[in-house]
Design a binder for this molecule. Structure first.
Ligand code: 13P
Ligand code: SF4
Length: 318
């Protein structure tokens, strides 16, 4: 589930500082697949949101340095509250999480109380939204989890309309969808993907389910970032087009050497960087280890309410 990568031998003094501080502080570095390559190289675990949640839960170091975005670091704190969790840049947010503020969801649920919704929240949401939910899903387990929900319940899926639509396609289960999306995955278009396919006609296309239907229809495989590693390893193709955030290519090149990974382009960029993920840098990572800050802190009442649907997810996706 989680990629456990031995940190690469430090190539810069910055990397050496990070590895030394990590030991001194008894810290573990967890990094999402979208982080800068040099951050992935010093991390103890690199993976997708699901793998990182399990890694955070079982971390026994004093400090978790979470190299990812805010909702991921919050999830780490929720499942392992006795640890200090730090995020190198507290401004590393997520447009998808921002598209569903907790107050708005609470109002919506009050206004539609007759539906008695079973709320399924994609992990890309705030602790406040998790606290209002029945179960959390990631792109790696959403299909499996939705299939377990009693058939007589109305489902409200928040906040990603594209991932939600993909889960409906896969499960045949009707769901009401919150109209949120990831700004970055919306930038891949039918045209931009058709253009790269013309240049590499034999390369299969692998896309993240946060992409629009028009893009998903052009893909040979739609899956979470972690499942992309397995797909690429198993595929007989020696060139594969990867339609997601650019950090994924570093992980693939490191773990599946000898194949050509081609970044899926957007209409205006050859390679897609998430403006939030890329706020974390090696300098900020070193500072976070030095200062044990910025720290993730949340009210205990919210943490406790948010923990239940995450634990349900971790249990159901075993
Ligand atoms: P994964 O769950 O596949 O890691 O995706 C997280 C994410 O933020 C995608 O944009
Ligand atoms: Fe959020 Fe999109 Fe960035 Fe993922 S790629 S962290 S969904 S803004």
């Amino acid at each position: 589930m989680v990629a456990v990568l031995a940190p690469a031998a430090p190539r810069t003094s910055l990397a050496a500082d990070v590895l030394r501080l990590k030991q001194e502080r008894n810290a573990v570095i967890l990094a999402h697949n979208y982080q800068l390559g040099e951050i992935q190289d010093v991390a103890d675990y690199v993976g997708d949101s699901l793998g990182l949640s399990y890694a955070a839960q079982r971390a026994d170091a004093d400090v978790i340095v979470f190299c990812g975005v805010h909702f991921m670091a919050e999830t780490a704190k929720i499942v392992n509250p006795s640890k200090k969790v730090v995020l190198p840049d507290l401004n590393a947010g997520c447009s998808l999480a921002d598209s569903c503020p907790a107050e708005k969801l609470e109002t919506y649920l009050h206004e539609h109380v007759e539906k008695n919704y079973y709320v399924v929240a994609y992990i890309n949401c705030s602790a406040g939204v998790k606290a209002l939910s029945d179960v959390i899903v990631t792109s790696g387990n959403a299909v499996k989890i939705v299939e377990r929900i009693p058939r007589d319940r109305n489902i409200l899926f928040v906040p990603d309309q594209n991932l939600g639509a993909w889960v409906i396609e896969k499960t045949g289960r009707p769901m009401d969808l919150w109209q949120g999306n990831c700004y970055l995955h919306m930038e891949f278009t039918r045209k931009s993907i058709e253009r790269i396919k013309e240049q590499h006609p034999d390369a299969p296309v692998v896309a993240h389910p946060e992409c629009t239907l028009a893009v998903r229809l052009l893909a040979d495989e739609v899956c979470s970032t972690e499942k992309m590693v397995g797909y690429c390893r198993e595929s007989p193709a020696d060139a594969i087009i990867i339609v997601t955030e650019s950090g994924m290519l570093h992980r693939l090149r490191r773990e599946v050497p000898g194949k050509l990974f081609i970044p899926g382009p957007t209409d205006h960029c050859a390679c897609a960087d998430c403006r939030y993920m890329k706020l974390n840098t090696m300098e900020k990572l070193r500072a976070a280890l030095e200062n044990l800050a910025p720290e993730i802190i949340m009210p205990e009442a919210i943490r406790k309410r948010a923990e239940m649907p995450i634990l349900r997810m971790l249990e159901w996706s075993k």
